[in-house]
Design a protein around this ligand. Structure first.
Ligand code: PRX
Length: 656
């Protein structure tokens, strides 16, 4: 659609009704909302029957706000639910993963029977290497089958995994390993990123030096690069895992056994370890995956393009889809590795039916041109999903038109690391969809948009998104910090979980997500706190003070803009500002991750501060987004904002 047409379309049509073909076959029937609303706890207990239990639970929710347990007296093994039971049901030959490595033709099909043998061997190996139920294991790996195997092997022996995104550097590894007290690390020599072999093992070596509690490191050989070796501590996967028996008798664990920790950014400098336990999380994952993606395990090929280092990879690559026994694509690389049509070639080759990705990826693919998807046979696709950030109507329409060929329903799914699974979403075949709207609460989920005082807003009004009743996939808390859990999520509005997002209800009552209302930024769907980046910047000895804001960005949703004042030394060193800026951007990328590399850094003589010394980030955001400035009268030096505005235009360092 050309400019203007979209607006006209949106103002006239605004919504798409489900097609009758889709509705006739849909997993969800319209009565689902009423059934769940009648007794949400009983409805979830019914959904928990999708799992295979060693001991069936007799209870559902136990709620001592803000702490919940679900199905607490039940016992099960998560890996049995994801693998063994499908093999036992006669589906051992079904492909679990069509794995696609980044280098062309580096592919492997792993069936459920193969996966069972892999997980069993890895479970034996972990036990041999001293990993025990209740331990924490850090996983730092590329998107290779062993990453999924490692997660499931941990679950099988009752150890909680803490997967750390392969793009993070050793500092981030140290923080996460120490916070969770991990005793074991599973990694690879490296992975491929745009043809370059990344040095994962080297990062682990640097990190583990500072983590005395780590007793062993298990290393997959992926790239064949040279790695340093610490005898006694390091073990090659192919030497230890491959010689184990492919048969492993699983133990059963309590429903509330910790399954994993996932570190995510809040509003402070230190990421927090979000804890998820076994049965409630798995129930939420399997149920939402079944209804939201309308999966038919015998025929669907699902592709979630996220990395397993994020919650989306946990819930909609590993636990949800595998517990439902579907076939998936697991792709190691970037969308442009081997050409900008790589994704479309993968969809065509594996006949992907369900594609789940992030708006940033859609906007990037959109920039590369509609002729690329149009040159491929995408007729296998039948459902599209979006997650991670608000999707703008233009991207939604492009996705629908050029990827979904105007046939496929789009589910815009809102959720968080903390929620464990999808919370707000259309249901394909039942609800209408609107470009840009996440629509409605998933059955059994209580969502409310409230005003400043916590009162529900009416249709046509905006406010804060809150969750007013516990749900099975809800985090069980922040690792090692129960008070912070209460404070962060449960104190802003009495008795409600506050997600940190703004939202509105339109005139039809449909939900629209409006982005974060706190100091959390969303860069290409990745969460980062402004404080975390500021902390990294002031960690550089050239920086005196730093203020960071997330400014809107056409492709990445938001981008990082940093304002820094330099130490005297840095200013007198005879190094140009351009060189300092380049160095600072690299420094942040190194300390946190390339995702955190600021788009722009502005060196300023001072920051806008109130008389009480508080930095006014709101004004900096106005400057970064080239908006008219808000009220500056409370500043100690009101003229500084004008100075920064001028400097902003001079430092043209947004090169990516
Ligand atoms: O701001 C919301 C945004 O992503 C945040 C959660 O980030 P994270 O825990 O990393 O999980 C991302 C994947 C589930 C939310 O607070 N977000 C997520 N999905 C959407 C979204 N914003 C708008 N629309 C969405 N569909």
């Amino acid at each position: 659609m050309v400019d203007g047409e979209l607006e006209a379309f949106l103002s006239e049509t605004r919504s798409f009704a489900p097609s009758s073909d889709f509705s006739a076959q849909a997993n969800a029937q319209p009565s689902i909302y009423e059934e769940a609303a009648a007794d949400p706890e009983a409805w979830w207990a019914q959904q928990a029957r999708r799992l295979t239990w060693d001991v069936e639970p007799t209870t559902a929710l136990e709620w001592t706000p803000p702490f919940a347990t679900w199905f607490a007296d039940g016992r099960l093994n998560a890996s049995v639910n994801c693998v063994d039971r499908h093999v036992e049901a006669g589906h051992g030959d079904r492909v679990a993963f069509h794995w696609v490595g980044e280098p062309e033709d580096d592919t492997l099909d792993v069936t459920y029977a193969d996966l069972l043998a892999r997980v069993s061997r890895a479970a034996h190996a972990l036990t041999e290497l001293g990993v025990r139920a209740g331990d924490r294991v850090a996983i730092y790996m590329p998107m290779i089958p062993e990453a999924v195997t490692a997660m499931l092997a941990c679950a099988r022996v009752g150890a909680a995994h803490s997967v750390i995104f392969g793009g993070f550097a050793s500092e981030a590894l140290v923080d996460r390993i120490l916070d969770a007290d991990c005793t074991f690390v599973i990694t690879a020599d490296g992975g491929y990123r745009r043809g370059v072999a990344s040095p994962l093992k080297a990062q682990v070596d640097a990190a583990v030096e500072r983590c005395a509690g780590v007793r062993g490191v298990l290393v997959v050989r992926r790239t064949g690069q040279d790695v340093a070796w610490h005898e006694g501590r390091d073990h090659w996967w192919h030497e230890v895992v491959d010689r184990q028996s492919p048969v492993h008798v699983p133990e059963s664990f309590p429903a509330e056994q910790p399954l994993f920790l996932m570190y995510t950014s809040g509003t402070t400098a230190r990421p927090k370890g979000i804890l998820h336990t076994t049965a409630g999380y798995l129930t939420h994952a399997v149920t939402t995956h079944y209804y939201v993606f309308d999966v038919k395990p015998e025929s669907d090929v699902c592709w979630t393009s996220a990395d397993i280092g994020w919650i989306t990879g946990h819930t909609y690559i590993v636990y949800g889809p595998l517990a439902n026994g579907v076939t998936q694509v697991l792709y190691e690389g970037t969308p442009d590795a081997g050409g900008r049509d790589r994704w479309w070639r993968i969809v065509e080759r594996y006949k992907v039916t369900i594609l789940y990705t992030a708006p940033t990826a859609i906007r990037t693919l959109m920039k590369w041109g509609a002729d690329l998807p149009q040159a491929h046979d995408l007729s296998s696709l039948r459902l599209l999903g979006s997650v991670g950030e608000p999707i703008n109507p233009e991207a939604w329409m492009w996705y629908r038109e050029y990827v979904g060929q105007n046939r496929c329903p789009i589910v815009d799914t809102w959720w968080q690391t903390e929620t464990g699974g999808i919370m707000v979403t259309p249901l394909p075949g039942i609800t209408h969809t609107k470009p840009g709207a996440a629509s409605a609460a998933f059955p059994g989920i209580s969502v409310d948009v409230v005003d400043n005082e916590g009162a529900s807003v009416g249709n046509g009004e905006g406010g804060y998104l809150t969750l007013s009743a516990p749900w099975p996939g809800m985090t069980r808390g922040i690792w090692g910090d129960p008070e912070r859990f209460q404070e962060t999520y449960w104190s802003r509005f009495e008795g409600r979980y506050f997600a940190g997002d703004g939202a509105k209800r339109d005139d039809d009552g449909d939900l629209w997500l409006l982005g974060r209302v706190d100091d959390v930024m969303n860069i290409s769907g990745h969460r980062l706190s402004t404080t975390e980046v500021e902390h990294a910047l002031v960690g550089h000895d050239g920086v005196a003070e730093a203020a960071v804001v997330g400014a809107s960005d056409e492709t990445t949703g938001q981008a990082i803009v940093a304002f820094v004042t330099l130490t005297l030394r840095a200013d007198e060193d005879g190094v140009s500002h351009e060189e300092i800026i380049a160095d600072l951007r690299d420094h942040v990328a190194r300390v946190i991750s390339p995702i955190a590399r600021p788009r722009q850094i502005v060196i300023t003589p001072d920051l806008p501060k109130t008389r009480s010394g508080k930095i006014m980030r709101r004004l900096l955001r106005d400057v970064a987004e080239h908006r008219a400035l808000g009220d500056v009268t409370t500043l100690t030096d009101p003229s500084i904002v004008g100075v920064i505005d001028t400097l902003m235009g001079q430092h043209g360092n947004d090169d990516e």
